[in-house]
Design a protein around this ligand. Structure first.
Ligand code: SAM
Length: 279
């Protein structure tokens, strides 16, 4: 779990590894490269009177600010990175929706998004519950973008992705924790119940549990992918982010039904030369 401390503005900030920068760089680039698509859904013209908006949905928002561990470097958190990137592109999100299970962090993120000029609603709730509130508020004719960035696999439920998938045009960038799988898969599969059961329901009957290590991880992830594909998403873009000792930390997975959005992700997904896929 990340550590928290108080920032100069009196609000909490998290303490993170430097690999958070990569995640934010991809998020910032994706928000920037999608500006023209967003414009079609946010700018009213005489010909297109009815547009559905383009919202940003960050359901594991954190406090909106962080310090890089073992340094004095203070950086924006994902809700601020995305809000600023959209503003800088000239096409702000029509609305920002945030959630964090920790009320103090959710409140800090909301204040910080407002401070940089975003129009925001926050939910101090689980991602799964917040997704339902957000989808009920969103215009289904819009083009929406969700960022799901839990600390580990717990909380990244398939139910959350299913709820978001009811929106016809939704792109999702999510953090799938390889480190959690590597550390805990044997323990998770031996226990009668584990966080994996909500991430990929029924995986125990779909995957051969007698395998171990790498083969079991690969089978689990492949099953999870098949469940998201059933929702209509393609999986062209998966990036492995590694730590300073080259340890595998997480995958950034891009889910979209749109060829165009997948093409845009392809253009910006490779940074810092990290392209390997693996478990
Ligand atoms: C890795 S941090 C988010 C960092 C943030 N996305 C960023 O890049 O600045 C994960 C956050 O998810 C929150 N969290 C954990 N479980 C959750 C759940 N089930 N639903 C919503 N938030 C949750 C934690 O309180 C923590 O603030």
């Amino acid at each position: 779990m990340p550590k928290y401390e108080i920032d100069d503005d009196g609000l909490p900030r998290s303490v993170v590894g430097e690999w958070a920068l990569e995640k934010h760089e991809r998020l910032q680039k994706y928000v920037d490269i999608t500006r023209a698509a967003r414009r079609k859904f946010t700018v009213h013209t005489s010909l297109r009177k009815y547009v559905g908006g383009a919202a940003y949905i960050d359901l594991f928002a954190g406090p909106g600010r962080a310090r890089i561990r073992d340094s004095n470097r203070v950086i924006d958190g994902s809700p601020i990175v995305a809000t600023k990137a959209a503003l800088a592109s000239g096409v702000p999100f029509s609305k920002v929706y945030l959630a964090d299970a920790d009320e103090r962090l959710c409140d800090a993120a909301v204040r910080r998004v407002k401070a940089v000029g975003g129009t925001v609603t926050g939910y101090a709730a689980s991602a799964e519950a917040a997704a339902q509130h957000v989808v009920a508020k969103l215009n289904p004719d819009g083009l929406h973008f969700a960022f799901l960035d839990p600390c580990n696999l717990e909380g990244l439920t398939l139910a959350t992705i299913k709820t978001l998938s009811t929106l016809p045009r939704i792109d999702i960038l999510l953090h799938l924790s390889v480190a959690d799988l590597q550390r805990n898969l044997d323990r998770y599969s031996a226990a009668p119940h584990s966080p994996l059961d909500e991430v990929a329901p029924d995986w125990r009957s779909a995957v051969d549990l007698k395998q171990s290590g790498k083969a079991l991880r690969a089978a689990y992830v492949s099953y999870w992918r098949s469940k998201t594909q059933e929702l209509g998403f393609t999986h062209r873009g998966v990036e492995l982010v590694t730590g300073s000792n080259k340890q595998r930390l997480y995958w950034l997975v891009f889910l979209s039904r749109s060829e165009f959005a997948n093409d845009l992700w392809d253009k910006i997904r490779h940074i810092s030369g990290q392209r390997q896929l693996g478990l």
